[in-house]
Every structure is written in structure tokens, then in C-alpha cells.
Design a protein around this ligand. Structure first.
Ligand code: BG6
Length: 323
């Protein structure tokens, strides 16, 4: 599992990013910020595999048994689910974007942003003839991965319908983020209480969440519907809170396989479910339809803030309602 140290530096827009060989020789892009935070993106899958804070601590979960061998998607980090979330359709589970080779987009169209951030990389995935056999649509998927000066990680997706036959297309989508947590039994998610959800463990039936913050003591696989733009994951033991801000992505999937499913996954350690939680900004319940020439945009921004919940320094309401 050693990464190659031969790094090539390429100037992409204003701040140079490193392009080097990662595990099994797969190409990856490394973003670094002056204060010490970093992120890594594999071209295979357009897949963020690492996000570290200023102290070099890894914030995303990657399985020790992850197989960096195409076409098997990488277990952990941030897989991109497109054009289908999970088994909600006739395509392979979570669509094909997570196991295609993306390219660096050297000349992306103007990217409207208020942010002065210069540390980013633009990737692009276009439909190939092979893809058209399973999903007969011409698309361009542009993904910008940005590392903010304070270490925040932003992913913005722009998906365009390039069909020349006049036909619209419809898709579902998710940023399947695996957060690294100290101990799943010490974690709570805030922002989803009282919402309706579809339970993947009960034939996608619809239920309503009770009033308390969400905690974990068994397998969970739920799609929360019409969620707020901000969701917080409080890691009591680590005294860290992840804040997810999202735009264009109304749903939020919460997944932890727990012990039995963990054992059934070849690329996941038996006990690793204790140290991860997926909270996925998604568009599932109401699929997105694009006419030819139309573009959709979906964005998530992740921050990790130190919290001392037990000593009352963190007011969860402020995390959720504040800026
Ligand atoms: C979650 C789904 O998003 O991804 C689960 O809700 C699924 O049902 C999980 O098991 C992992 O999927 P995969 O294909 O990466 O093993």
C-alpha cells in the first residue's frame, strides 16, 4: 500500500497542485494549503480519498482493506454516486461515475464563486461509447474539489446534458462521504431529527424520525428527505464536530453497515464500522431531469471544528443555524 514518491507538479490555474502516483500506480492529485491541511483526489472515480486538517489528522475514513484496483470502487473517502444512487434504478449499484477514469479539466468554463480560494482541481468525466450502451445519454460531469484556507473541503458538481437527439435525461446523485469517527457509539447527528426518511432496511418504506438527535446502536441505512442545508456530526470522544453544508442536494443518506454487513464486505474490516459513518448529501427522492443544454449544480462543503460538547462550548443550535 506504498504510494509512489515521484511527483510531477502541474500548474492548474493559479495555485500549482501535485499530480503523482498513488496506490497501485493510480494517479492522484494532491491539494495543500499553507496552514497544513491537505486533500487527495484519485482520477479513478474522481474520488477524494484523503482530507487532513492543519495537524495532519485524517478526517475521512478509508478502509484498511480498500482495494485500489479498477473497476472495483474505492471503499471510503468520497465516492461519487452518478447517474444512480444505490439500487434506485436499473444500473449498477451507485452508478458508474465512481469506477470510471476522470481527467483533469484544464480549461473549465467560468466558475462563478465568491470565494478567493485558489487551491482546487477541476476534473471532468464525459460519457463514452461504452457508457452510452448502458445509459444512452451524452453528458459532461465537471467536479471541482477545493481546499479552503481554513482547511474546509468543497466539492462542486456541474452536470450538463449534451444529448443531440433532443432527449432529456434523469439521474440521482450522492456524495457518499465516509467520515472518520472515534467510536460510532459516541457519535450523534443533528439536523435530521423529526424528518421523514425512507428506510433501505425496510423496503424503502417511509417513516418519520423521532425528536432526538440520531445516535447509533445497530445497522442504519436511511434516506432522510428534504433535509436542512446544514447537518452536524458530533464526535463526543474526539471532541470534533463535522459540519456539512450543502446546496442543490435536498436529501441526506445515513449509513453504517454494523457488524454483520461489515463481515460480508470483502473490502471492509470486521470492526471498521466502529470508526466510520457515512452522511451523504444526495438527490434521491426527486430525481433531477435535464433537457439538452441544461446544467445542474450540486455542492457540499465540509468543515471539521473542535468541539467540547460536554463542557457546553458547542451549542448544537449554533452549529446548525449559525453561518
Ligand atoms: C449506501 C447505501 O449509500 O451505500 C447502502 O444506502 C449501501 O445501501 C452502501 O450498502 C454501500 O454501497 P457500496 O456499493 O459502496 O457497497
Amino acid at each position: 500500500m506504498m504510494s509512489s514518491t515521484t511527483a510531477v507538479t502541474a500548474a492548474i490555474d493559479r495555485v500549482p497542485v501535485e499530480i503523482c502516483k498513488g496506490i497501485n500506480g493510480l494517479e492522484k492529485v494532491v491539494l495543500r494549503e499553507a496552514r497544513g491541511s491537505s486533500a487527495e483526489v484519485y482520477l479513478f472515480g474522481g474520488h477524494v480519498t484523503s482530507w487532513k486538517n492543519d495537524h495532519g489528522e485524517e478526517l475521512l475514513f478509508i478502509s484498511n482493506k480498500a482495494i485500489f484496483k479498477p473497476p472495483k470502487p474505492i471503499r471510503g473517502g468520497i465516492p461519487i454516486c452518478f447517474p444512480q444512487f444505490s439500487n434506485h434504478g436499473s444500473l449498477e449499484q451507485h452508478g458508474f461515475a465512481r469506477n470510471r477514469f476522470w481527467s483533469i479539466d484544464t480549461n473549465p468554463p467560468p466558475f462563478p464563486t465568491n470565494s478567493p480560494t485558489k487551491t482546487f482541481v477541476d476534473l471532468i468525466l464525459k460519457s463514452t461509447e461504452e457508457d452510452m450502451k448502458i445509459w444512452p445519454h451524452s453528458f459532461e460531469f465537471r467536479l471541482r474539489v477545493t481546499l479552503g484556507p481554513s482547511g474546509d473541503l468543497m466539492l462542486t458538481s456541474r452536470i450538463r446534458n449534451n444529448n443531440t437527439d433532443g432527449k432529456p435525461f434523469t439521474f440521482t446523485f450522492a456524495y457518499h462521504t465516509y467520515f472518520s469517527v472515534s467510536d460510532i457509539s459516541e457519535v450523534r447527528v443533528e439536523g435530521l431529527e423529526t424528518l421523514d426518511y425512507l428506510d433501505n432496511l425496510q423496503n424503502k418504506q417511509r417513516f418519520t424520525e423521532q425528536g432526538d438527535a440520531i445516535t447509533f446502536e445497530s445497522e442504519v441505512d436511511k434516506i432522510y428527505l428534504s433535509t436542512p442545508t446544514k447537518i452536524a456530526i458530533l464526535d463526543h470522544e474526539k471532541k470534533r464536530t463535522f459540519v456539512i453544508r450543502k446546496d442543490g442536494l435536498p436529501d441526506a443518506v445515513v449509513w453504517n453497515p454494523w457488524d454483520k454487513k461489515a463481515k460480508a464486505m470483502a473490502d471492509f474490516g470486521d470492526d471498521e464500522y466502529k470508526h466510520m459513518l457515512c452522511v451523504e448529501a444526495a438527490a434521491v427522492e426527486k430525481p433531477i431531469t435535464l433537457k439538452p443544454g441544461e446544467e445542474w449544480r450540486g455542492r457540499q462543503e465540509l468543515s471539521a471544528v473542535p468541539s467540547s460538547y460536554c463542557s457546553g462550548q458547542l451549542d448544537p443550535q449554533r452549529v446548525l443555524l449559525g453561518s
